[in-house]
Design a protein around this ligand. Structure first.
Ligand SMILES: C[S@@+](CC[C@H](N)C(=O)[O-])C[C@H]1O[C@@H](n2cnc3c(N)ncnc32)[C@H](O)[C@@H]1O
Length: 226
């Protein structure tokens, strides 16, 4: 099984989604599937495709220091962290409330190698070059200061370390872009400016020694080596 298939199969352990947010991220509720289809123009399989792609840089035998920012409720990451018992994982988020769900999920899933810390991605409370990998899922479209977030995630990564993840990019699906403007920006969940696939590809190529960017509809997923 390649890494993408392994990660997809880890999601099968997720079981029933806990709430509206989790259902939307995973397409495991009727409402979640409606949002995927009518906002994101995706099927559940499409969502799985970008989510697995976002983790591809983290190998099955990863055993180093890993930072996840933002962890949110951990709905996408905990099934994968469960497959990495030798890793030392730190999860950070600005919102204590979101992180409380992630903590609960980690406990329920019996994941013991994860610690949680409240903080700001724009001012990470870690020394330079502390992590072998930094994973960021669906955060960069929400972060208010994206330049600081790119700077900080790079700073805390060791040379040769992996930066991977995914987030919304504009310009790939006009319907989704319209809905994002109508609902997500107004509600404060998403913050401008947004990348396009092209601008993200250029940015990561300039910052990192190696990088790849792909997308499923309006979600780009990427993998870089410092
Ligand atoms: C859309 S959620 C994504 C969560 C999770 N990674 C996922 O894919 O389900 C965005 C998260 O970013 C967090 N966030 C927003 N601004 C932040 C900041 N400056 N520093 C850290 N986390 C932040 C929010 O609290 C929220 O949990």
């Amino acid at each position: 099984m390649d890494r993408k298939e392994e990660i997809k199969s880890a999601y099968k352990s997720l079981g029933k989604a806990h709430n509206f947010y989790d259902g939307m991220m995973t397409g495991t509720t009727v409402m979640g599937r409606w949002v995927l289809k009518h906002i994101w123009r995706m099927t559940k399989e499409d969502a799985l495709e970008y989510q697995a792609g976002a983790f591809c840089g983290i190998l099955a035998d990863f055993s180093g220091e890993l930072l996840e920012v933002p962890v949110g409720t951990g709905v996408l990451s905990m099934p994968v962290w469960k497959t990495l018992p030798d890793a030392k994982i730190t999860c950070l988020d600005y919102s204590e409330k979101m992180m409380e769900s992630a903590r609960k999920r980690a406990d329920e899933m019996g994941i013991g190698n994860v610690t949680f810390k409240q903080g700001d991605v724009g001012k990470l409370p870690f020394a330079d070059e502390s992590f072998d990998a930094v994973v960021s899922l669906n955060g960069f479209h929400a972060f208010p200061d994206k330049e600081a977030a790119y700077r900080e995630t790079y700073r805390v990564l060791k040379p040769g370390g992996i930066f991977c993840g995914c987030f919304y990019v504009e310009g790939s699906n006009a319907h989704t872009d319209k809905r994002i403007r109508q609902f997500y920006i107004k509600s404060g969940f998403f913050t401008r400016p947004f990348e396009t696939v092209e601008s993200l590809t250029k940015r990561l190529k300039e910052l990192y020694a190696e990088s790849t960017v792909d997308n499923v509809q309006s979600i780009a997923y990427f993998q870089c080596r410092k």
